[in-house]
Design a protein around this ligand. Structure first.
Ligand SMILES: [Zn+2]
Length: 601
């Protein structure tokens, strides 16, 4: 505390000098006590969870527009921090959403070893506290998650990321304490951390999200790489906003001295000349999840072979460029997201014309040429494997023109339902619908309605678990039926802005559905049992019916069937009144029209 007075004087002097000289002048040095922990360590270290919180609290003492809060508790019991920056001190979602300016969410450390984003944001926050970049607060509200995977962040070792150049003294670990990868968990929200973050997203409804990572693989000259979903995966008004504004952000990042390009996933890992993809992918990822909610998520992947200081500075300057671009024209982003949401709501109205909803996207085959600054490479036999191995010569850039694939195409669509009914008794469905902020109603009285029922069959379970779950694919048949639904059945109407989240959770053949992740696998099981001798007696009676006898003779024509005692057994069991009709039946029904006269609780 006794050092406070001189630092205030120095701060005032710096601020006055900066204002007089303008931004073109050399930046005044940062007072030693205001160095971020990474700066103070010469970028050889990143601050621990406690050190990060301590620094945030210190910044808060100088930045009344900042509030530090906690949005959940990790599996190991750590409070999960977030920071709100608001010129109007709009520190609640209600207050911030009432302002005519966009909310940006900056998420760091989902893979806690890839922590550049946190140290970049600490630099920005410190500079704001010292009076810099104030103009950005005029045009936006910031919600910052400095360390998402807080438990992984504390599992520090210099040996956590073999392909990464620093911080030399160590970095955190990729997964949560119980081995979950949070960047596979945006839709199924299996981890407590993911439940907390998605609840934060549902409360604040940020207009734009940034997910800061570090990537390895091919050795190229870009320090920072980026990607985001494009139309048709991204709603048209938001796609148009990104096309209008992101080139300025990238140009400003380049002008600040940081080589950048699209995220690189090589077509052939042994041959960079064949080109690369920046395709975004499924709703399990941030970049695939946010488009379902009509907002963009920018994936930042710094290049792990570049030194830590360079990466953090590139990350900081990209973010500052983004903040300035948004703040320069704040209404346009709010309007783009609002237009996209309104379009989803309109398509889901009870009287809207029929439309399709996309179950799955895949990379579009179309490509654009791009200049790719890859390091000179050669292939030599590997000492380790004996197979050919691609190696790079650092410093010798060989710019080549390659095909770049970055667009998505819808590969499976379905008629858009007017809503879903979900039977009571499936808490794993209801809790997820609520975490994703979906409007869910409950039938107050039983109802008999016409719906499309879905039956799943021929399940193929994965040979090994993934994210602790056994994934499954199955065939799906949809038939219109009249069904009696009990009181307590959930109703999820389609005229809501996040409805496509419900589609991806509930349609069994969507790639990241609850069924596909193995979270509804009891539907595949036969739960009751009939003694063979009991069935024998029933069959002896049933075969007296000529139609049944004829059908049985037909079935026996199939030699494989005739030789399979279990299939023969099921053939008869299915025809008895004792068969459980809910076996293979999804507990979810598609409403193709909104049933009249539903009583809601
Ligand atoms: Zn990552």
């Amino acid at each position: 505390m006794h050092r406070r007075t001189p630092s205030i004087l120095l701060l005032l002097a710096c601020t006055i000098l900066f204002r007089l000289a303008g931004p073109a002048a050399a930046e005044p040095p940062v007072p030693a006590e205001w160095l971020t922990p990474a700066e103070a360590a010469g970028f050889e270290a990143t601050p621990s969870y406690e050190e990060t919180l301590a620094f945030l609290r210190k910044v808060q003492t100088r930045l009344p527009e900042m509030e530090l809060g906690f949005y959940g508790t990790s599996a190991q019991g750590r409070p999960m921090p977030f920071v709100v920056l608001s010129k109007e001190k709009a520190f609640t979602p209600e207050q911030a959403l009432a302002l005519p300016k966009p909310i940006l969410m900056i998420q760091c450390g989902i893979h806690a070893g890839e922590i550049d984003g946190k140290d970049a944001m600490l630099l920005v926050l410190r500079d704001l506290a010292l009076g810099k970049h104030r103009e950005i607060l005029d045009g936006l509200t910031l919600v910052i998650v400095p360390i998402y995977n807080v438990d992984g962040h504390e599992r520090v070792s210099p040996y956590n990321r073999p392909n990464q150049d620093g911080p030399k003294r160590g970095m955190g670990f990729r997964t949560t304490a119980n081995g979950l990868d949070l960047n596979r968990d945006f839709l199924k929200v299996q981890a407590v951390e993911a439940r907390a973050l998605v609840s934060l997203i549902s409360a604040w409804r940020p207009h734009l999200h940034v997910d800061n990572h570090v990537t390895d693989g091919v050795d190229h000259d870009w320090v920072l790489t980026w990607t985001w979903a494009e139309a048709p995966q991204m709603a048209a008004p938001v796609d148009a906003w990104m096309r209008a504004h992101m080139p300025n952000v990238l140009a400003a990042t380049t002008a600040a001295g940081h080589r950048n390009g699209p995220y690189v996933d090589l077509e052939d890992r042994n041959d960079p000349t064949k080109g690369f993809s920046s395709w975004v992918g499924q709703p399990r990822y941030s970049s695939g999840y946010f488009p379902l909610r009509n907002r963009p998520s920018i994936l930042i992947e710094n290049h792990s072979y570049k030194p830590y200081r360079l990466r953090v500075m590139a990350n900081r300057d990209f973010l500052l460029s983004l903040f300035r671009e948004v703040a320069h024209d704040p209404a346009s982003l709010v309007q783009a997201v609002r237009a996209a949401e309104a379009a989803t709501v309109a398509l889901g109205k009870p009287d809207a014309p029929p439309s399709q909803v996309v179950l799955e996207y895949a990379p579009s085959p179309e490509t654009d040429p791009i200049r790719f600054p890859v390091y000179a490479f050669e292939t030599k036999p590997s000492l380790v494997t004996g197979a050919p191995l691609l190696r790079y010569k650092r410093g010798e850039v060989r710019e080549i023109e390659v095909p770049w694939q970055h667009k998505a195409a819808a590969v499976r669509t379905l008629p858009r339902p007017r809503g879903y009914f979900v039977l009571p008794g499936w808490p794993q469905i209801e809790e997820r619908l609520r975490i994703h902020g979906l409007r869910v109603q409950r039938l107050g009285a039983p109802a008999t309605v016409e719906v499309e029922a879905m039956r799943v069959a021929n399940p193929k379970f994965a040979e090994r678990t993934y994210q602790g779950l056994t994934q499954v694919t199955a065939s799906v048949e949809r038939h219109v039926e009249r069904r009696s639904l009990p009181a307590g059945t959930l109703w999820i109407p389609a005229d809501q802005p996040d409805f496509e989240v419900a589609v991806q959770l509930l349609e069994p053949d969507a790639p990241d559905s609850l069924l596909a992740w193995g979270l509804l696998s009891t539907v595949f099981e036969t739960r009751e049992y009939i003694e063979p001798r009991v069935l024998e007696e029933l069959a002896a009676e049933m075969i007296k019916d000529p139609a049944t006898a004829a059908a049985w003779q037909d079935a026996l024509e199939d030699e494989k069937f005739a030789a399979d005692p279990f299939r023969r057994f099921l053939w008869w069991y299915h025809r008895t009144p004792y068969w459980d009709e809910t076996a293979s039946l999804m507990p979810v029904f598609r409403a193709l029209t909104v049933p009249a006269g539903l009583t809601m609780q």
